[in-house]
Design a protein around this ligand. Sequence first.
Ligand SMILES: [Zn+2]
Length: 404
Amino acid sequence: MAYREKVKALSDIERQSTEREKTGVFTGRYAINPLNGEKLPVWAADYVLADYGTGAIMAVPAHDQRDLDFARAFDLPVRPVLNTGGEDPAETGIATAGEGTLMNSGELDGLSKADAIPAAIAILEKLGTGEKFVNFRLRDWLLSRQRFWGTPIPIIHCAECGEVPVPDDQLPVTLPENLRGEALSPRGTSPLAAALEWVNVECPNCGRAAQRDTDTMDTFVDSSWYFLRFVSPHFTEGPFDPAKINDWMPVGQYVGGVEHAILHLLYARFFTKVIHDMGMLDADEPFSALLNQGQVLNGGKAMSKSLGNGVDLGEQLDKFGVDAVRLTMVFASPPEDDVDWRMSRRRAPRSSSPAPGALARMSQASPASMSPLVTARCAPSPTGPLPTPLSCWTTTSSTSWWPS
Ligand SMILES: [Zn+2]
């Protein structure tokens, strides 16, 4: 199938992009809607991913933008099933997401979305055509990687005994010290599997020749519970001191970028819940409050190696001093908003100055408006003109008065 070959060449991210024109082919087959017996045409389309649920979805073009784009591209009917009070998506081309009451839905008409979901499941269960199912987004790829950098899986494989856990008194299993540089170059197997001196051990159970597991765990496995270790970093009897952990947990405030939402937060919560279920921790949620901080952009785009729009921190520090750079970062915007490093660059005090906008603004600000600490440090001469914070910071010692 030509369509299949074309789709294979695209990444998941390209396929899910809402910007792309929707493509697909009609399979010539129909499915039966299990709730009302209606015949539904089956299409293959690349924006539906094989690892999402079963890989087959029932499209709701009136209430999902990608489904609506697809329906409009292939002239498929757009039937609203939720009255949100919005305009008809078939006319506007804008899917109506959000809350409302069901319509065009037989006996579910008039129910809210929250009530209609369990009601529809109850009907399917009664008919024997479906059942309630919880779909987890947590994936197990964190636990079996063929990279060197990571925590070894503490399991020994024995031909006689099978998978044998490494005894507690031999934990933690650490990476071999001698694997560096050339020793890590590709050789048809994972770097750890090639380190035979490390791999070959005695089975802790029967003493026969056995092999260590050569996969590693992703760094997420560590970051999912490190905050528990912070409570008692020198404790040697286990991962954390049970006498202290409940005084401190949960963490009062989590600060992280929005990209943490589906990875770090998901895994940290999972680990915490497991540790709670094991009876080792009272809290069953790791963090009480969340702040997603904004990003520092440059020219409207996230700084990245591939765009080459990064700002060299060392150069900024040399030029403006560490205090000016820190103060600029802190005062440039509320912590949850994005900052554009180039913002209002044209307002730089000297046209030849490459000072980026936020720093330029800081350099123009009156020292009197800064904290007394800053003015104290600048200590303007009583006769001369008031120095701008930037100029005085760059001429005074760059030793920071800020606690790091
Ligand atoms: Zn054995």
